[in-house]
Design a protein around this ligand. Sequence first.
Ligand code: GCO
Length: 480
Amino acid sequence: KESNGFPETFLWGSASAAYQIEGAASEDGKGVSNWDQFVRIPGKTFKATTGDLAVDHYHRFKEDIALMAEAGLKTYRFSIAWTRIIPDGNGEVNEKGLAFYDAIIDECIKYGIEPMVTVYHWDMPQALQDQYGGWENRQIVKDYVRYATTLFEHFGDRVHYWITMNEQNVFTSLGWLTGMHPPGKVMDQKMFYQVNHHANMAHAYSVLELKKRYPDAHVGASFAYTPGYAWDCKPINAMAKADYDDLQNYFWMDVYAYGRYPKAAIRYLESNGIHIQMEAEDQKIMKQAAALIDFMGVNYYQTAAIEYNPIDGVGMSTEVNTTGKKGTAKEEGIPGLYKKPSNPYLEKTDWDWTIDPMGIRMCCRDITSRYDLPIVISENGLGAFDKLEEDNVIHDPYRIAFLEAHLKELKKAIDDGCDVWAYCTWSFTDLLSWLNGYQKRYGFVYVDREEDDTTAKLNRYKKDSFYWYQNVIKTNGKDL
Ligand code: GCO
């Protein structure tokens, strides 16, 4: 059948996060974040890489945004560093921090690029961690909402797309279960769920504050959605997939879209002695916020195969592939419920992430039928080893193939009736990978630096994929 293609208003974009690109870690009054501190613990990141310099976007944002304009981007998704706006988390507002993001936003607007702002992309003021344990304490809700409201009031006249939380499922799992992200706690399950509830309330109250001020603003949260496939048609594996969905997908998306936790997940937690502490109004506020969100943000990278996991089966793995050496990832699961064996039908990236273009269509279809919400693909991309060759060219046909295959499936999702507003690749320039330094690159623009290179020139070079994306945007995806 004939495809209608991408809508005329489709927002072609790319995404980044403050800590991964900005650098200037202590300039212009910026406070210390949890990440500034965490990366200094030996063994936490590849070659002890820090974001102190990152790709120096703080000083080169004009060059970077000019490149985005050259590529034809319609939107640029970036995050704001809480520590630039309120350096100690809940004290004075730092005017220089506001001025930096004013400049970014104005630069985007100058080129007709719609700014899409992520309020929280994992870098929390360390002062709040020290004062009261950060996300572990209910106080974080008030402090987050004050920070978010400061952004809404200052930037709301120019920013029409807001993302409250980036991958809450990831930063909480890695922070309180695998210990790979700050605060580095391992299998603290009770706290994991409590922290999530605090983040949910921070999200919910900030949605209400935004809509009070800017009822027409578009808001959502970005969820790292890994759709599951039942291993086979054995009923117990189909049930394992239902458990996986309730505990690992709908546990977040149902909160954003419906304002409630999946019943079976809550029953499971309670039967394991985990009771989420809530305040009297919480359920009401969650529902109010859910009724106000405009889209579901989806960061799509991969799918998972799901199989029943016996009670003495595999647990959560704290050893994942951070080396880029294929085949080093371990199977993970929740004993008694499910595990995620490697899917034999799919190729994998060097970091053992399955490559599954159809998964992006699955995400869209599932969100459309379950929530009937518009969708913003807030991230999709391929982390790979890229090579700068003579004459400063970078041939990345694997990235083009990856993105093209995903966009073809996204187009089918649109033809299926899904209301997809935007597609942001991760990322535009290369940037710091939280745990992998600079060996795992995602950008259309190569940044000339290595981990331990303090004299890096940080020159920007366009990869082949840059020109490919430029053409996709110019033709509004017509040839896909
Ligand atoms: C990495 C990760 C990140 C994430 C992003 C999530 O290599 O560090 O892949 O780049 O994709 O921050 O929102």
